[in-house]
Design a protein around this ligand. Structure first.
Ligand SMILES: O=C(O)C(=O)C[C@H](O)[C@@H](O)CO
Length: 254
């Protein structure tokens, strides 16, 4: 198992994460000191740029939390840029085949193992050249998580999980539901059955299975189901739901 997989399983319980979509270093630091095992910084569905992601990564750096970044699309450009600013673990959306997964692994590795461009003298990840071991060790430090969130990905989950260099797989219920014909209904029985099938296949391949939980009850259920790393909430949800709940409480008659 990879170093990331070892880290996931070292706790002996599910690693709990919080989704970051507010795209600000201030809220990232607030969440980083809250005690979560990992934070997901979303480059796909949040108003993030490379600069905002860098600022959030720097804000979280002093805290014992594992930063994971989701690239907007799995391509060599975003992989290269996200790794160069210092993310070591990337979540790759919409991985639908083993061939696609293998190409993404190659994009994350320096030659001769892959095709990642080299700029360690100016990159934060190698401490701007001070970490002279980075080039040799990068392929061992980088972890890639393939998102399983389509019918095609379900059909290929065994092959994707078998790809060397894919350290873990992560299920996206919203997109999976849409792909299965249940747009907006990730709790549909067909979707939940597909999620369990994928989870079992990932576990059988010896790799950690992660998932985005729909709410706290779903998070508890997914942990009990055997998911190894679970996003149990979002920063946006905490703020939006908390703001509404406070107003309701303040205006309710005693
Ligand atoms: O498909 C999903 O579900 C995910 O990948 C998680 C969502 O994208 C997350 O942004 C919450 O909506």
């Amino acid at each position: 198992m990879s170093a990331f997989g070892d880290w996931i399983h070292a706790a002996g319980t599910a690693r709990l994460g919080l989704w970051q979509a507010l795209a600000t270093p201030y809220t990232a630091e607030i969440c980083a000191q809250a005690g979560y095992d990992w934070l997901l910084f979303d480059g796909e569905h949040a108003p993030n740029t490379l600069q905002t992601l860098l600022a959030q990564l720097q804000a979280a750096a002093p805290y014992p939390v594992h930063p994971i970044a989701r690239v907007p699309v799995g391509d060599p450009v975003h992989i290269k840029q996200y790794l160069d600013i210092g993310f070591q673990t990337l979540l790759l959306p919409m991985v639908d085949s083993a061939a696609q997964a293998a190409a993404l692994v190659s994009a994350s590795r320096f030659p001769p193992r892959g095709t990642r461009g080299v700029a360690s003298a100016t990159s934060r990840v190698s401490r701007f050249g001070a970490d002279t071991s980075y080039l040799r060790q990068a392929h061992e430090r980088v972890a890639l998580i393939a998102q399983i969130e389509s019918r095609a990905a379900l059909d290929a989950v065994d092959a994707i999980a078998a790809v060397e260099g894919i350290d873990a797989l992560f299920i996206g219920p919203a997109d999976l539901a849409a792909s299965l014909g249940h747009l907006g209904d990730p709790r549909h029985a067909d979707v939940q059955a597909a999620i369990e099938t994928a989870r079992a296949a990932i576990a059988a391949a010896g790799k950690p299975a992660g998932i985005f939980a729909l709410d706290l009850a779903d998070a508890r259920a997914k942990i009990a189901q055997g998911f190894a790393f679970v996003s149990i909430g979002t920063d946006v949800g905490l703020l939006a739901n908390g703001a509404r709940a406070l107003l309701r409480s303040a205006t309710e008659t005693a």
